[in-house]
Write a protein that binds this ligand. Structure first.
Ligand code: CNA
Length: 331
């Protein structure tokens, strides 16, 4: 079993431009189309699956569903859009996204900066970008704390994030509830000998504009973030359990462009409501009858949901408590 999982993990690859792995092709979203927006005020009954009824769910219904506490298996998929309010640009937003600012960088096309083959040849552009991701540079925002509240209330089955900024952890969500599908900056490894590199050595080099080198073999050290062309962490395979048993799927702040992560949105049962909150609709989310699509700024959408849940005060307390903890001089 373990060997099977391990070899299957190797078969999974992130891709941006090239071919897709078989697993992802099997789960390919064909066609797609823009999901319809949520029409406020529509209520519906829960508990019977309701898939055949074609009822249009709304954010209020989702609040009722979460608030009912009978459902404890909320699975979340998150992307760069949950961290833009913390000051970290996403990749693909047309004017503010990182890819739109790359014309003066020494890269042939935007994705190259996160491709392993390009990195091994020319790591400088990546490390120039990485400098900005120094731990503590950014703080969790209200969206991270909403997810933390889901956890505190025993509702969070798992949070699958594409983000590598570590803000989910910084918000206090335990590692057992997280799948950092694209890795993180929390550790680094030598690309030549495979030896782990101490975090402080890695950051000392990056912040001094040096390419980090392995103390043992002088090989190029890379943080354990997943580049295009690399295997996903084994924890990603928790999706095989989490998604078929999920009772609600929240998809927050992602363009759903990177596979195999994006196809997870199809892995919940068809009777399970999916809530897609993003600035704009994405074509790759194949519409289902129990989808709720909440377009606009994610902070506004999350605050609205928190209000509908009656959690506003609890949320305010949590944010205050955690923010003061994180701004203590010893942090
Ligand atoms: P993306 O392709 O850049 O898409 C982000 C999505 O979020 C877009 O559809 C935006 O419209 C939306 N969005 C941005 N800000 C807001 C907002 N305030 N309110 C509502 N919607 C908003 O990023 P994805 O996450 O989909 O792509 C996956 C890549 C991005 C992963 O490999 C990540 O590692 C990578 N990434 C991570 C970070 C981070 O860790 N914070 C930052 C930038 C990129």
């Amino acid at each position: 079993m373990a060997l099977w999982v391990r070899s299957a993990v190797r078969a999974l690859r992130l891709w941006g431009r090239g071919g897709e792995p078989t697993w992802a092709r099997r789960h390919r979203i064909v066609g797609g189309g823009t999901p319809t927006a949520c029409s406020a005020g529509v209520s519906s009954a829960f508990g019977n699956g309701g898939a055949g009824k074609e009822e249009k769910l709304c954010l209020r219904d989702i609040a009722e569903l979460i608030g009912a506490q009978a459902r404890q298996r909320v699975v979340v998929m998150a992307g760069a859009g949950i961290s833009t309010a913390s000051g970290i640009p996403d990749f693909r937003s047309p004017e503010s996204g990182f890819y739109s600012t790359l014309q003066h960088w020494d890269v042939p096309y935007p994705e190259a900066i996160f491709e392993l083959s390009f990195f091994l040849d020319n790591p400088r552009p990546f490390f120039t970008w990485a400098k900005n991701m120094f731990p503590g540079n950014f703080k969790p925002n209200v969206i991270h704390y909403f997810l933390r509240l889901l956890h505190d209330r025993g509702l969070l089955q798992r949070l699958y994030t594409q983000n590598i900024d570590g803000l989910e952890r910084a918000s206090g969500i335990p590692g057992s509830k997280l799948v950092e599908a694209h890795g993180s900056f929390a550790s680094a490894t030598c690309t030549a000998c495979g030896k782990p590199s101490p975090e402080q050595d890695f950051w000392a080099a990056v912040m001094a504009d040096r390419v980090p080198r392995c103390a043992a073999c002088a090989g190029l050290v890379k943080p354990d973030v997943v580049f295009f062309g690399e295997a996903l962490p084994e924890r990603f395979f928790l999706h095989l359990v989490d998604f078929p048993t999920a009772e609600l799927l929240l998809i927050l702040g992602t363009s759903l462009k990177v596979e195999p992560f994006a196809s997870l949105s199809e892995a919940v049962r068809s009777s399970v409501p999916r809530v897609f909150m993003n600035r704009k609709a994405v074509e790759s989310l194949r519409p289902r009858s129990r989808d709720v699509v909440q377009l606009g700024d994610l902070v506004d959408s999350v605050e609205r949901l928190v209000e509908l849940l009656g959690w506003t005060e609890e949320m305010r307390d949590l944010v205050q408590r955690e923010t003061s903890k994180l701004s203590r001089p010893d942090r």
